[in-house]
Design a protein around this ligand. Sequence first.
Ligand SMILES: Cc1cc2nc3c(=O)[nH]c(=O)nc-3n(C[C@H](O)[C@H](O)[C@H](O)COP(=O)(O)OP(=O)(O)OC[C@H]3O[C@@H](n4cnc5c(N)ncnc54)[C@H](O)[C@@H]3O)c2cc1C
Length: 380
Amino acid sequence: MNFLSEEQMMWKSSIDRWVDKEIGREYIRQCDMDRVFPYEAYKKAATLGLHRLMIPEADGGDGGDIFSYALMCESLSRYGVDFSVAIAGSTYTAMNLALHGTPEQKKNYLPPFMRGEIQFPISMSEPGAGSDVANVQTRAERQGDHYVLNGQKLWCSGAGNDGAVILMLVRTSKEGARKDGLSAFIIPNTTPGLTIRPLKTLARRSVVTTEIFLDNVKIPADQLLGKEGDGWNIIAGEHLQLERIAVAASYAGNAQGAVDDALRYAKDRVQFKQPIFEFQVIRHMLADMQTQTDAARLLVYRAAEMAAKGQHCRKEVSMAKLFASETLQNVSRMGMQIMGGHGTLPESDMERYFREGMQSTIGAGTSQIQRTVIAQEMRG
Ligand SMILES: Cc1cc2nc3c(=O)[nH]c(=O)nc-3n(C[C@H](O)[C@H](O)[C@H](O)COP(=O)(O)OP(=O)(O)OC[C@H]3O[C@@H](n4cnc5c(N)ncnc54)[C@H](O)[C@@H]3O)c2cc1C
């Protein structure tokens, strides 16, 4: 499939080569098994310039476009979505900072991010605010030149890692307001009053998903991103839009990895004196897997292209996220079937793709929420 320019193909294959030569699937597998953030790879990615790709030139970055970023996410995820999220996920918040940050905030956070010294986990969800993100109850009270935060956040991936600076959605209004009463705060994970506990989730194991308890957490007022009440637009709008494009690209990339692994296995594995690829049922499964993966990739490219051109693409982004995530689920499930017992071992990698496929239709808005968004846009 070749809809890319020469330059885009070179960019994509340079990331493919980097993942194979400098990182390797064994390292990605080990980080997942050990539930450890890939610090070494994160630093190497910074040295290569991956963190600076989309940061505007005025802020010291390369000013690259969303399409190139999506291609990067696709290539980073061949051996796992979690790896792509670990390396490229902080860019969603970095872009919020580039757009809304004060000169001081940009100076404090963008250069260390581009050097690979800090990461930016995002904390929206709470026990009572999952799909209904606007129901956030964690509260920030202004007291002089600072805010005091109390409450509980849930499912924050990466909050406990060394160098994590959390972008958190918090309520600053009194009772009554929903979306308008939310604000975004920049909170280093070393701030006193935070208790961060890792959760033993099915996927997102190397980024490490956590729950966070906030007990009188004192934050200087200049850690507010944008103005009070901007939180919904910054996080549920811009941030989630970029996240959905990035994860959709990663699901398509990982689905291709699953097809490649299953195909290789089907050609190598001999039963009844022939490679199992010779059985029509297996061949047809592989044909379906590649067809669905190509369709997912095309939806991702359309959404990324529209976003890069600044076009309204809420529907197309949700379509890409919905279809790519469900494709990763389907493809990895069929891959498990093709690999038989071998597929259930961590060494086969397919069981990791399968676990990440199960997470893919939940994180960044469930499939049901994506369908709701698509239908809202269709209603006009
Ligand atoms: C491993 C992992 C990592 C995560 N990382 C992060 C993170 O880094 N930061 C962060 O903020 N969050 C994170 N999340 C949270 C994730 O975004 C939420 O889990 C997701 O938005 C769904 O919320 P919920 O789990 O509370 O499910 P619920 O909202 O309770 O949904 C339960 C079911 O009801 C359905 N449902 C709910 N409302 C509707 C509706 N209106 N119409 C139709 N169906 C509906 C859902 O689709 C789902 O099937 C993570 C979650 C997981 C599991």
